[in-house]
Every structure is written in C-alpha cells, then in structure tokens.
Ligand binder design. Sequence first.
Ligand code: ADP
Length: 261
Amino acid sequence: MDSATDAPSVQARGVVKTYGAGPTAVRALRCCDLTVERGEMVAIMGPSGSGKSTLLHVVGALEPVTAGDIAVGGVPYAGLGDKGLTVLRRDHIGFVFQFFNLLPSLSAIENAHLPALIAGRRDKALRDRARMLIERVGLGDRAEHVPAELSGGEQQRVSIARALLLQPELVLADEPTGNLDTRAGAEILALLREVNQRDGESILMVTHDANAAARADRVVFLRDGEIVGDLPGGSTDDVLAFLAGLQAPGEAPASADAALV
Ligand code: ADP
C-alpha cells in the first residue's frame, strides 16, 4: 500500500451507514468523523445498538459505507473495488474478534501463520515471524497445541499473534475481552496495550468494559449512530460517568474532562 508516512491510521469523514431501504431502513451511522493517529489506541463505547460494530465494520472494509470517506494509512477506500478492498484488509488490517475465530484443526503457530498462506507468502521470514509472535504473546510452550487444548485467554493471544503477522497499519478489536473472565481479560488488555506502546501498532477497539476502555488513549462514545463524546483515557470512573450520562439522555456527563462533541 502506498501510504503517506505521516497520514493517520484511520481517517473517517462524514460516514453514513444505512441498512436496508424505504420505511424499514435503519440508519446505523449518521455522519461520523473519526481519526485514529498513528500509534494511538482508541476505544469505542456506547449503548447496545448505537452503531459500534457497524463503525468497526466499515473502518475494517467489511461493509461498504452509504456515504462519506474512509482512509487507512492515507489510502482512501473509495474506488478500490472489491479486489482492492480484500487486499487492503488482508495486508493492512489485523482483526481480533470476541470469539477468536481460530481454525480448530490448526496448531497455535499454524493459526498465527495462516494470513501468510492466504496472502500466498510462503517465505521463511514470515514463518519465523509467526514463531516470534507466538513467543511474544507468551505461548512459546503452547505453540503446537490446537485451540481446543488452549484456554480462552490463550486462544485470544493466538488471534493477536495472527492479527500482527503481516505488520498491519491498524488492529481492529471487536470486544476482545468479551468472552473472557476478568483476569484473562485484563491480561489480554495489557497485551494489546503493550503491542500498541512497544510496537507502535494503532488499535481501534469496541468494548463494553469501562476498565478496558480506560486503558486506551481516547474513548469515543456513540449514541444513535452519532459520535457524542471523545474522552481521554486513563480513568474508569470518568468513562463510567460519561456512559451513565449517555444512558439517561439529558443528563450532563459527570466528568469535567468529558468533551461532548
Ligand atoms: P452496537 O454494536 O452498538 O450494538 P450495531 O452497529 O450492531 O450496534 O447496530 C446499530 C444499528 O444497526 C442497530 O439498530 C442494529 O439493529 C442495526 N443493524 C446492524 N447490523 C444490521 C444489518 N446487517 N441489517 C440491518 N440492521 C442492522
């Protein structure tokens, strides 16, 4: 991908997403603007049905937008076509899902290496990188185990290794701790933060967990398909207070730092 080196990892402008048409149409996103700077970790929060997954899906080029522009690393999606978008997704975006989405018959290291095979890249460098990443996520002694022999937290570690294999511009994480117990969830969050801070990977993460969101640099809040808040990370209490304000419309956010946009 020809990316301008200092372009933001994500630049979304005026994004609208409507599902269906006519009287049953659902406006899932209404004119959203979102920027994720290079090396930033941004969490998306909001009530159920507010458009969080839709925003992640359009940024991940899994769904087309109805209107507006999205660019990853300075490369606009408009005009790329299906094939171009598939290549962009494959080579430049790493996905981490709530339910891990690992192939059950492959070992941890084979799952981590899979994106290389899908991209038709059988070089040793990527096999070595898969090994390095499996060790990096703390599974050096579990590399040959299949998913059924791994805990949920270990499976999510494998999926993080897989997401990082092709050194993506951006990692998109959809409820990465949603299927884990508190301790495993906290460990996965710490790992994502480390990947972000040490390797400089940009991360955009949907979460219901205020503790998880507070680990990010910024927390963006959605309500009814609109971005209604943008808060610096750091304080779980501030995140919870802002959310409480969202769920009871009309209430002012309780934090002085909370910026309604
Ligand atoms: P969240 O992730 O915040 O729970 P979603 O992005 O899943 O919200 O959904 C936003 C709105 O779009 C909801 O009203 C939901 O019912 C609707 N929606 C999501 N996906 C589809 C779809 N494939 N077809 C029709 N409506 C959808």
